[in-house]
Design a binder for this molecule. Structure first.
Ligand code: DGL
Length: 271
């Protein structure tokens, strides 16, 4: 059992954004080993059809399973929204996506039962957050807005640029009209733009980071499955990507909040 507990948590994403979830995991669990896969050759997933994302997700999970992981965290909101069942079917081990933890944290936070969601087009079109919220509290009203420009803005590092502030205001305006009091950051990249999003939302709206909510849920899962790593040693964090690693490393350290060490290339899905 000790050997099983020391195995890594497998985390995957469409690309670089999932490193914000790895950041949340390393904050909560400083001794867990992690293997990360980012499908940088085929990103973005958020503008693709559910069929294509489901196909990619099946290939991504097969790669992680080949790395002898003990549980799987689907960091990508788009995959969690449209393909969690595919991952669960392949994995035969505990699997956690970001939608249900994010939805639960938002329901817990809202006072007026009006929740906003921002994410990729695929996540918003799937209505996965709305479905998860209504499962918990059918009286909550949900309002969604796709924010496709946030992904490149975050990757380009334009966190406090006036273009980001302007675009954030434009995207959030319809949600503010609906008098939401809680807003789910339903995309891996959005925590990087948190300051700009918070400024556009105003102080009356609570922001929910679905990645951070997922890390809390991972803690419960590690305990209920008795899979917490008992070791007090510095963990082994390994990173794999499907395109050449150069840009991933450069941008990724900002998302992760620490140095990344070696990033390796992995051939996944024939790319
Ligand atoms: N990781 C994706 C998500 O959280 C954003 C980037 C993409 O579109 O692939 O939905």
């Amino acid at each position: 059992m000790i050997a099983l507990r020391q195995k890594p948590i497998g985390v995957f994403d469409s690309g670089i954004g999932g490193l914000t979830v790895v950041h949340a995991l390393t904050e909560c669990f400083p001794h867990e080993n992690i293997v990360y896969f980012g499908d940088t050759a085929r990103v973005p997933y958020g503008s693709k059809s559910p069929q294509v994302v489901r196909e990619y997700a099946a290939q991504d999970i097969d790669f992680l399973l080949g790395n002898d992981v003990k549980m799987v965290v689907v960091a990508c909101n788009t995959v969690s929204a449209v393909a969690l069942d595919v991952v669960q079917k392949h994995a035969h081990m505990p699997v956690i996506g970001v939608i249900v933890p994010g939805a639960a944290a938002a329901v817990h936070s809202t006072r007026n039962k009006r929740i906003g969601i921002i994410g990729t087009r695929a996540t918003v079109n799937s209505r996965a957050y709305a479905h998860a919220i209504r499962q918990i509290d059918p009286d909550v009203q949900v309002f969604s807005q796709a924010c496709p420009l946030f992904v490149p803005l975050a990757e380009e590092g334009l966190t406090d640029h006036q273009a980001t502030a302007l675009i954030a205001k434009e995207y959030l305006f319809p949600l503010l009209l609906e008098k939401i009091d809680t807003l789910i950051l339903g995309c891996t990249h959005y925590p990087v733009l948190r300051t700009a999003i918070a400024a556009a939302a105003g102080t009356a709206i609570t922001l929910i980071d679905s990645g951070a909510a997922t890390a809390v849920e991972v803690g419960h899962l590690l305990d209920t499955t008795d899979l917490r790593n008992p070791s007090a040693q510095k963990p082994n964090l390994r990173f794999f990507v499907s395109d050449i690693p150069a840009k991933f490393t450069e941008v990724g350290e900002r998302f992760l909040g620490q140095r990344m060490g070696m990033v390796r290339r992995a051939a996944v899905g024939g790319v």
